[in-house]
Design a protein around this ligand. Structure first.
Ligand code: AMP
Ligand code: MG
Length: 311
């Protein structure tokens, strides 16, 4: 059962309580409707993927109230601060080095050392950020493979019955997803075109801007952004060989169990931390217990297959 409620103070209070309880809720932003959850909670972020039915984990955009909040989770260079001053709040997402003490769930950044940040302008999203008091991870509020929603009715069409609440704030302004730019030491790289153009970015940051890849825009999720462990990884392992660190699931305990109860939300939340831990362990190789191939298990299996692929 999904509640559709108008954007009012009462609705924001209800939404903040759901966020605190680890649930994802749909909220308008100035780009499209987002499916927002507490970016500090791996299980809350896992529920975003479960609701969207996304068969793969991509790093998500983390939304914050202001540049000070951004500086608590990422290293803000002078260029990043200049871009923030020019375009925040607004439809600009910056990919920045994640601070070690950021406190974000590793699933929100898909295990990466960088983080994609945005300070949104829409009052509903801002009120929710203020009421929730936590950074919000939010991809578009639609199921995988469908068009990004610009009205509450679009959200209900694919996520109805899968999430507890949609905040109805009318049609979104841009209807176009945010510009994504990676801020590097001496240049900007445009990862996704959007409402803010390349010339404006370059002028504000006083840096050249390049289109990522060899002249073509990289597709979402195809960015130089996939964390994979450095060690070889064996799938569907029921026992560890002597030189293997075993990541367990359910009855297969291993050196670290993703979820003793066999719960896929818990397992997804633990996945990237477990991979980093296995990579840093004294054993030469990694093995992973079988994971059921349904729901979130598909996204877990996708990431493990990529990690196991010869490189
Ligand atoms: P969405 O949340 O659906 O608007 O998509 C977010 C986009 O940001 C995806 O294309 C991600 O691959 C990209 N993204 C998020 N975090 C990072 C990161 N740390 N490095 C590179 N790309 C990122
Ligand atoms: Mg989307």
């Amino acid at each position: 059962m999904t509640d559709l409620l108008p954007y009012t103070p009462d609705t924001i209070a209800r939404a903040a309580a759901l966020i605190a309880a680890g649930q994802p809720i749909a909220v308008p932003s100035e780009t499209v409707y987002g499916l927002a959850a507490d970016a500090r909670s791996g299980e809350a972020v896992a529920r975003i993927y479960a609701a969207k039915g996304r068969p793969a984990f991509n790093p998500l955009i983390v939304h914050l109230l202001d540049v000070e909040a951004a500086a608590q989770v990422a290293e803000m260079s002078d260029a990043a601060r200049a871009l923030a001053a020019a375009f925040w709040p607004g439809p600009l997402t910056m990919v920045l080095p994640r601070r070690a003490d950021a406190g974000l769930a590793s699933l929100a950044t898909a295990g990466l050392e960088t983080v994609a940040l945005r300070v949104p302008a829409h009052p509903a999203m801002r009120d929710l950020l203020a009421a929730a008091g936590t950074p919000l991870a939010a991809p578009s509020a639609n199921t995988s493979g469908t068009i990004s929603p610009t009205r509450a009715a679009h959200v209900l069409a694919t996520l109805g019955g899968r999430i507890p609440l949609v905040i109805d704030g009318g049609a979104t302004g841009h209807g176009l997803e945010s510009t994504i730019v990676a801020v590097e030491a001496d240049r900007l790289r445009l990862l996704r075109p959007g409402p803010i153009g390349m010339e404006a970015l370059s002028a504000a940051a006083s840096m050249p801007v390049e289109v990522a890849g060899d002249g073509r825009i990289e597709a979402p999720g195809q960015l130089a952004s996939h964390y994979a462990p450095g060690k070889t990884l064996r799938l569907n392992a029921r026992h560890a060989e002597a030189d293997e660190w075993l990541i367990g699931f359910g009855a297969i305990a291993g050196d670290r169990n993703l979820s003793p109860a066999g719960d896929l939300v818990e397992a997804a939340a633990a996945l990237f931390d477990a991979l980093h831990e296995a990579d840093a362990s004294p054993r030469a190789r990694i093995a992973v217990a079988p994971i059921p191939a349904d729901g979130l298990g598909l996204a877990i299996a996708d990431r493990l297959r990529r990690a196991a692929a010869p490189r």
